[in-house]
Design a protein around this ligand. Structure first.
Ligand code: ZN
Length: 373
């Protein structure tokens, strides 16, 4: 029987022991580490262990893991300390008088990679925010969604390009923004966009898209990453996964966009996205009185009852059964199934349904109700 060997994995101030065997693989080690340290992702960190009288030994392949195991056996040791570190992509020092060097991976300096800093995507992995780079592009560029679309795209562009925007004018009809390093570095980046009153679109009127400031870094956290930006990303997703949890949104942003967002931003961003897709919940309750009148006048014979608290006008319950459903039920089997479920929106309550059964075994909706408890 193999002796028990443990790798003590150390990251920041936390240590986790992982059992090792002669056939343990690198993927086994990585996936165990990622499951215990939530902030780590496979491929985004490196592991080293100490060998006496040598620089730290790296763990990059299955062979490295096997060699580590065998050397422990040779020395009759049963524990090894594995140090975990986030991979660094930053080369911040000025070289030979050349400043403004922030190459993504230490390759040749080129204008496009100029800004990429220490939080560039791990090699082989492209973040979905890559497209944000082209959101501010040329003079005459059109934004059909008006100032809202322009502001949103400007923020995403700045996040991806690694700089902060300072607004000189931020109005519904006109936005003028410059790089936040205009004062400190004299950066000349500047955009001016305004509304075309005839069609309601926003157009870029002038743009200087060249930065003369130093040290632009695409960071994981950005003050411009507001819940509005989160919601704009979530809008397409919320229809297919309406029950996604804020903590899953935080993880998705980290994995797919390389951005750290707060729980609050994720929660509020989701609420905003839901509002955009499904409409405002409070407004829907407000429209119920109108809806009852509309059903009763346009669909005579229906039962539609809205019950509110007489003093506070607060919603209590709502019942609806359409005329056609009432008529059709006479031809159903003499059975009525009653069921209820919790409503998981902000206002809670229960959804009750009365369902019949047709002659051909199908379900027949008769009535439903929303009640407060
Ligand atoms: Zn700048």
């Amino acid at each position: 029987m193999e002796p028990a060997v443990f790798g003590r994995c150390v990251f920041k101030d936390k240590t986790v022991s992982i059992p090792l065997q002669s056939d343990s693989t690198l993927m086994f080690l990585c996936s165990n580490i990622c499951s215990r340290f939530n902030e780590l992702e496979v491929g985004a960190f490196e592991m080293t262990y100490l060998v006496p009288d040598h620089p730290p030994c790296v763990l990059e392949t299955d062979l490295d893991v096997r060699v580590m195991y065998l050397s422990l056996m040779n020395e009759e040791k049963y524990t090894v300390t594995i140090t975990i570190a986030i991979k660094e992509f930053l080369f911040p020092e000025k070289q030979n008088g050349v400043d403004d060097v922030f190459c993504g991976d230490g390759n040749m300096h080129n204008a496009e990679d100029d800004f990429i800093g220490k939080y560039a995507a791990p090699s082989g992995h492209t973040y979905l925010s890559q497209a944000w780079k082209s959101y501010i592009n040329h003079v005459g560029q059109k934004f059909i969604g008006g100032v809202i679309e322009f502001r949103e795209k400007l923020c995403k562009y700045a996040i991806e390009k690694g700089f902060k925007v300072r607004y000189l004018k931020n109005e519904k009809e006109r936005v003028i923004a410059q790089c936040s390093k205009k004062v400190s570095d004299g950066c000349s980046w500047r955009v001016h966009a305004s509304l075309c009153p005839t069609n309601g679109f926003f157009y870029i009127r002038s743009l200087n898209n060249e930065h003369t400031c130093k040290g632009r870094i695409r960071e994981r956290t950005s003050s411009m990453m507001s819940s509005k930006i989160v919601s704009s990303v979530l809008v397409d997703q919320i229809q297919s996964t309406p029950l996604i949890k804020p903590i899953e949104i935080v993880k998705d942003f980290k994995k797919n966009y390389g951005l750290d967002i707060s729980y609050h931003n994720a929660w509020y961003g989701k609420e905003l996205a839901k509002k955009k897709v499904h409409g405002d919940e409070s407004l829907s309750y407000k429209h119920l009185a109108w809806y009852v009148g509309a059903v009763l006048s346009s669909n005579p014979g229906s039962r539609c009852i809205l019950d509110c608290d007489p003093e506070s006008s607060r919603f209590k319950r709502f019942f609806i059964s359409f005329h056609a459903c009432i008529e059709g039920f006479r031809f159903c089997r003499p059975l009525l199934f009653l069921d209820g479920t919790f409503i998981k929106n902000k206002y809670k309550g229960h959804l009750l349904a009365a369902t019949g059964k047709k002659g051909n075994q199908g379900m027949y909706p008769l009535a439903f109700a929303v009640v407060d408890s």
